[in-house]
Design a protein around this ligand. Structure first.
Ligand SMILES: Cc1cc2nc3c(=O)[nH]c(=O)nc-3n(C[C@H](O)[C@H](O)[C@H](O)COP(=O)(O)OP(=O)(O)OC[C@H]3O[C@@H](n4cnc5c(N)ncnc54)[C@H](O)[C@@H]3O)c2cc1C
Length: 476
């Protein structure tokens, strides 16, 4: 007890008492994930305001052997940013006060921002100087740059601009012994040995705390052309995607898929969401082109491709957004899936990616596997089809879920069936959400011994005391 009190008073001496939260009412929003699926207890929540503050906290934790959980916007879908048990030992380090945008260099196409900047505010700041930070996802109004870097977030623009990893040129990291590594270079080319920043991108806070980053900016598209269409089958959707890729090349920025069940859930559970097409269809695709040139050229390209696909019988019905508010409405339907699924029941979500060409096989085989073992489940499908990343979400009503005795066996069994299909097709069980708490066992199942050994060696070398987000990512 006196150790605890001594430790807390040393934290307060570093940060000021107002930045060390211990009261239950103050910490409750930090110890539970946004879906209410993961909850634990923490010693306290600290809210440092600068990199030096973070370093001081980490040094203190290292000295006392206290585990640290970095937390950004707490939008992780795999319980990565909250404590996993009731030990009350870890310190949650919230980056929320570190929201300074340090510099923007429009000529270099870079900006340096602190880890706690909300993704949307970074996109807006880049747009003010006519540039684009392209990482975009449903949680962009809450998730933070540090969180998106630590999970290597994907989202709806990966097809054209790549994952977060492709859009980060440098990072500043506080290492587990409190050393600050300033790797905030804004270089497009740098071949000076191992690319160290990549070790921290996607590490989910297990190797250090990202305190700032140099982000890569792109020309801001001035025109968008978007359509929502119903392909005649999933194979037809693949053929349409190939047509768009061939004709639109890098102008193709999104090709998002959802099945009828997913769209129905959005319409039913999220206020003000309307069905894009008059008749409901088995499959729905949102396709978007973007460019910095003429709007009319882009619209013509979209219309021509849709017309060709309709003529070939690949598309049953389509609607084209004719103004910004229609475009925003259609994107809102796409971005509402997580909210809808949360209200609809228990969704045993998965985050598989397979080679793009194997998407139809993945959907067929996973559907067959789940239906034959769990016929009572609805199959909800939404995905970034252009990246081969399909969220296959067997879903069950709250009442039926309540009646199941061994819930963890069912949820593990369902995920196993789906992940096995992806694995056999050369895919992965975690495309963009990361590992967090939910994926640790799957790491043991699906990663090779060599990969696990290399990851453990890196972890051991950088964090020998295992104080950084312990129990996440790597199986024991
Ligand atoms: C509605 C909704 C839609 C989503 N859509 C997508 C999507 O399309 N694509 C996608 O990839 N994800 C998606 N996600 C998941 C989530 O938004 C992302 O994983 C996001 O990158 C997490 O950012 P965050 O700031 O909330 O991080 P948190 O949830 O706070 O943390 C995530 C992980 O990163 C670690 N971490 C956080 N900040 C730091 C830091 N500064 N340094 C070191 N480690 C840190 C945490 O310890 C944790 O392990 C969605 C989530 C929601 C709720």
């Amino acid at each position: 007890m006196s150790d605890r009190a001594d430790f807390l008073s040393r934290l307060e001496a570093c940060l000021g008492a107002q930045s060390v939260l211990t009261a239950e009412t103050d910490v409750e929003g930090f110890v539970e994930d946004f879906k209410g699926r993961f909850k634990g207890t923490a010693l306290c929540v600290v809210q440092p305001g600068s990199t030096e503050d973070v370093a001081a906290v980490v040094r203190l934790c290292a000295e006392h052997g206290v585990p640290l959980i970095p937390q950004g916007g707490n939008t992780s879908l795999c319980g990565g940013a909250v404590p996993s048990d009731e030990s009350g030992r870890p310190v949650i380090l919230s980056l929320s006060r570190m929201r300074r945008m340090r510099t923007i260099d429009a000529v270099n196409g870079t900006m340096v921002v602190e880890a706690g900047c909300v993704l949307k505010s970074v996109q807006d700041a880049a747009a003010e100087v006519n540039l684009l930070y392209p990482v975009s996802l449903g949680a962009e109004g809450s998730c933070q740059i540090g969180g998106t870097i630590s999970t290597n977030a994907g989202g709806t623009n990966v097809l054209r601009y790549g994952n977060t990893r492709e859009n980060v040129l440098g990072v500043e990291v506080v290492l587990p012994d409190g050393t600050v590594w300033d790797g905030l270079r804004g270089l497009r080319k740098d071949n000076t040995g191992i690319d160290l920043k990549q070790i921290f991108i996607g590490a989910e806070g297990t190797l250090g705390i990202v305190t700032a980053a140099t982000l890569k900016l792109h020309p801001l598209p001035s025109c968008f052309s978007l359509a929502w269409f119903a392909p005649s089958s999933i194979d037809a959707a693949m053929r349409v995607m190939s047509m768009f890729r061939a004709a639109a090349s890098s102008k193709l920025s999104a090709f998002e898929l959802m099945n009828r069940t997913q769209l129905d859930l959005v319409i039913r559970h999220v206020r003000n969401r309307k069905a894009p097409l008059a008749n409901s269809a088995d499959w729905n695709v949102l396709v978007e082109l973007s460019d910095v040139r003429e709007q009319a050229e882009l619209d013509d390209l979209l219309q021509d491709l849709l017309a060709q696909a309709i003529e070939e019988g690949l598309i049953l019905d389509a609607v084209v957004a004719t103004n910004d508010s229609q475009r925003a409405e259609l994107w809102e339907v796409r971005h509402s899936v997580t909210e809808a699924n949360k209200s609809a029941g228990i969704g045993l979500s998965t985050d598989c990616a397979v080679p793009v060409s194997a998407v139809p096989q993945f959907i067929d085989q996973a559907t067959l596997a789940v239906r034959s073992h769990y016929p009572e489940m609805d199959i909800v499908i939404v995905g970034h089809m252009g990246d081969g990343n399909i969220h296959f979400i067997p879903t069950i009503s709250f009442e039926r879920w309540k009646a199941i005795d061994d819930k963890s066996a069912v949820s593990a069994g369902v995920r196993r069936l789906v992940n096995d299909v992806a694995h056999k097709l050369g895919g992965t069980f975690s495309a963009e959400h990361g590992i967090g708490q939910t994926g640790v066992l799957a790491m043991a199942d699906y990663k090779s011994d060599v990969e696990l050994r290399l990851m453990r060696l890196i972890k051991q070398a950088i964090d020998p005391q295992n104080i950084m987000n312990p129990g996440r990512v790597l199986p024991r």
